[in-house]
Design a protein around this ligand. Structure first.
Ligand code: ADP
Length: 550
């Protein structure tokens, strides 16, 4: 931590460290009866409240103390969104240990790599992930014990997993008498690895301070706008950037929490939304695709759902319009990344926009939005020179702030900052009002004759065609222009459109020289562990593709 000069006259306010345990203490004391509802891996619905959650978190904290877990030790989880996972969030970080949430969608080899790299001491996991644990246990010599998040009768009879315990036994064996320790707020609280689309995954190590500040800021009205009036269903997983901080910001605000467990299909989500009167949700665009298809096919409406945050990849304007115009759900388009805890920007309007017409409002809202206080951003050219905020000039997006990494865990990759700024790897424009729009990830940009073509714009046009469900645009080799865009598109079930018709649809919607040179229809797009389209896989698959213009 850097040290700053001290004034001869320091402020005289209480210096209470910002600790994660204070969130669950607060929720217990002031919102104790507010509900936490979970669809369990076992299939049924579990309900309890913040007071009961706090009690069980303290029992688990006692259990860790008994196992010899010390401050700074890493405890891993491989789990869905659910109440036991929430208890682990508080028991681990609240004790001063570090919660390492692992993405179970990664390859087992990568999971073992991450667990060893983090030097995890215990691993908590949902029943679903027993096969993964069986595959990695012998490759993770540092893990002293495994806690399966279930009752004893669910434990496998003949498992070779060393020191395997049932979560409910661990809870039952411990007292709820536990006083959360007070320590420096800059202590590490949780660890998330990036999904490693390039090279090995790298760890972002959050602190108590950064987590609390992120929880405050992300709750603001122009952020996620989380309140005690909300019933919050995080679709975004707790194993991916802490479900965008909702397991912290919901208790901070006393919101009802609804966890979907493993059932993320449209039907299960819809039922939970309706049963639990969900008002607010958050997830990546691919999840909404499933939910919206189910709702449309069955001619349904939402009765309580008012607002959703969509991020992780660009939210197509067509999806935003459908949610708003057909279902009355307001969409907040947000941007961030693992290295940013994750929230950087969110798209909401200003007072001066009130009288704009719907299309003008929509064109502002489809940008990735404004920074939250606490984050600063700029765009620069390749030489590091700052570029103008005119909404047109695009450049490399750099950020800094209290919940943005200073360096990766174990200093992997060395000094990653550029003059104190973190390079996001995204290419963006910023307009005169400070609204940022992502054009592309720098590694996905198509470089045609020395100029850049942003793929997000092209994909947004493609998915606004009534016959197209999903689309991805990649650059493929062209002898004259180096690279030209190839559009890979998935048709909606039963819908028809020809290559020529689809290309014609782009006319007037993008600059002529941006038009894709070719279209290939495919059955599905490869998705990574966090629900994003794997463009590197597509580039590999289509690297020999011969463009008709070549
Ligand atoms: P990874 O581990 O793949 O980096 P993250 O979830 O941290 O996973 O991904 C962050 C990246 O996701 C950002 O740098 C950006 O490229 C992309 N991203 C996130 N939100 C948006 C958005 N709203 N629009 C476009 N891209 C986004």
């Amino acid at each position: 931590m850097s040290s700053y000069p001290m004034s001869p006259l320091m402020g005289q306010m209480m210096s209470k460290p910002m600790l994660i345990s204070s969130l669950i203490e607060h929720a217990d004391r002031y919102f104790g009866k507010n509900e936490i509802v979970s669809r369990r891996v076992e299939g049924d619905i579990h309900r309890y409240n913040y007071t009961e959650c706090h009690k069980r978190a303290k029992k688990l904290a006692n259990a860790f103390a008994g196992m010899g877990v010390k401050m700074g030790d890493r405890i891993a989880t491989l789990a869905w969104n659910g109440y036991r996972h929430l208890e682990a969030y508080y028991a681990v970080s609240g004790s001063g240990a570090v919660l390492h949430t692992i993405n179970p969608r990664l390859h087992p080899e990568q999971i073992a790599y991450i667990a060893n790299h983090a030097e995890d001491q215990y691993l908590l996991f949902d029943i679903t992930f027993l096969p993964i644990v069986e595959a990695i246990a012998s490759h993770c010599p540092l893990i002293k014990g495994y806690i399966m998040m279930c009752d004893r009768d669910r434990l496998p009879a003949d498992s070779k997993i060393p020191n395997l315990m049932a979560y409910e036994d661990v809870i039952d064996a411990n007292s709820e008498d536990f006083v959360w320790p007070i320590f420096d707020e800059n202590s590490a609280s949780s660890l998330c690895y990036t999904s490693g689309t390039t090279g090995n995954p790298k760890g972002a190590l959050y602190s108590h301070r950064s987590t609390i500040l992120h929880s405050y800021a992300s709750s603001l009205p122009d952020g996620l706008n989380v309140s005690a009036r909300d019933s919050v269903l995080p679709v975004v997983p707790m194993f991916h950037v802490n479900a965008w901080g909702l397991p912290y910001s919901a208790p901070l605000n006393g919101s009802k929490l609804v966890f979907p467990g493993p059932n993320l299909d449209g039907k299960s989500l819809y039922e939970l939304f309706e049963q639990e009167k969900v008002t607010f949700s958050a997830g990546v665009p691919t999840v909404w695709l499933g939910l919206l298809t189910y709702v449309a096919q069955n001619n349904l409406k939402f009765s309580s759902f008012k607002r959703t945050v969509i991020g992780g990849s660009a939210c197509p304007p067509a999806m935003m319009k459908t949610l708003r115009n057909t279902y009355g759900v307001e969409v907040v388009h947000a941007w961030g990344m693992t290295e940013m805890s994750p929230l950087g920007t969110a798209g909401t309007l200003m007072a001066k926009h009130t009288d704009l017409d719907e299309d003008e409002k929509q064109s502002i809202l489809q940008k990735q939005g404004h920074v939250l206080y606490g984050v600063d951003m700029k765009i620069v050219d390749d030489a590091g020179k700052e570029l103008p905020w005119d909404g047109k000039t695009y450049g490399n997006l750099l950020v800094k702030g209290q919940w943005i990494i200073d360096h990766y865990y174990k200093n992997e990759g060395g000094d990653v900052l550029e003059d104190g700024w973190f390079p996001t790897g995204d290419v963006a424009t910023i307009d005169g009002d400070g609204y940022m729009q992502i054009t592309d990830r720098s590694k996905d940009v198509i470089k045609s004759g020395g100029e850049w073509i942003g793929t997000i714009d092209l994909e947004n046009v493609a998915v606004s065609h009534p016959a197209i469900l999903q689309a991805a645009c990649i650059g493929v080799f062209h002898p004259k222009w180096d690279e030209r865009p190839l559009l890979l598109a998935v048709k909606k079930p039963g819908a028809e459109v020809s290559k020529e018709e689809l290309l014609q649809y782009f006319d007037g919607k993008v600059a002529k020289w941006w038009l894709p040179d070719d279209v290939v229809f495919i059955d599905s797009l490869p998705l990574g562990a966090t629900g994003k389209i794997l463009k590197n896989k597509l580039r590999e698959q289509f690297k020999e593709h011969k463009l008709p213009t070549a």
